[in-house]
Write a protein that binds this ligand. Sequence first.
Ligand SMILES: CC(C)(COP(=O)(O)OP(=O)(O)OC[C@H]1O[C@@H](n2cnc3c(N)ncnc32)[C@H](O)[C@@H]1OP(=O)(O)O)[C@@H](O)C(=O)NCCC(=O)NCCS
Length: 164
Amino acid sequence: MQDHSVVTLGVADISGVMDLERLCFRTHWTREQFLLGLERKAFRILGIQERGVLIAYCAFSVIAGEMEIMNIAAHPFHRRKGLGARLLSEVLRLCRAEGVAEGFLEVRRSNAGAIDLYKKFGFMQTGTRKNYYPDNKEDALLFRLGFQDGQDKGLNAQSSPKES
Ligand SMILES: CC(C)(COP(=O)(O)OP(=O)(O)OC[C@H]1O[C@@H](n2cnc3c(N)ncnc32)[C@H](O)[C@@H]1OP(=O)(O)O)[C@@H](O)C(=O)NCCC(=O)NCCS
């Protein structure tokens, strides 16, 4: 079985993050956006590597006690192996340790897999942004997780590790 430990990514890992972004999203951030964000510590990126290649990552910010999931993705060949859950679990563990009060994210209405993942960890839908995504005018669903109001499902939400 592969070691799929979660590691903190830095500037040297941006190329791998961008490769995954291109594979996983219709619109992506530029190298400069990643570079500036990391250098200014506007967000953090956690990743999972296999034989030195990045196969999953999650970018998130923590500002004034509020966490926001900016992006989470697993390589198409490595989906449904628990990588997304492992990353999200680690982000939420860090948030608990840092006393973060709330977590937020937005997701395309059609993204049933990601929505299922978020709900497993206790995120609850709080609203909708109509026609939010410029490429196809799809709605964004807004989700929130309150760390101190019993929503946080903690480690119970983590998918059991699966063989790769
Ligand atoms: C969303 C994404 C990150 C999930 O990553 P993953 O590593 O495949 O997810 P996991 O294997 O950890 O799945 C954990 C749980 O999430 C849910 N889930 C994940 N993908 C799913 C899918 N395609 N269909 C239904 N449920 C899904 C399931 O509840 C799953 O648990 P299970 O496998 O025990 O049923 C991945 O599908 C992806 O990269 N998608 C493209 C990028 C994207 O849309 N990101 C989200 C932006 S908001």
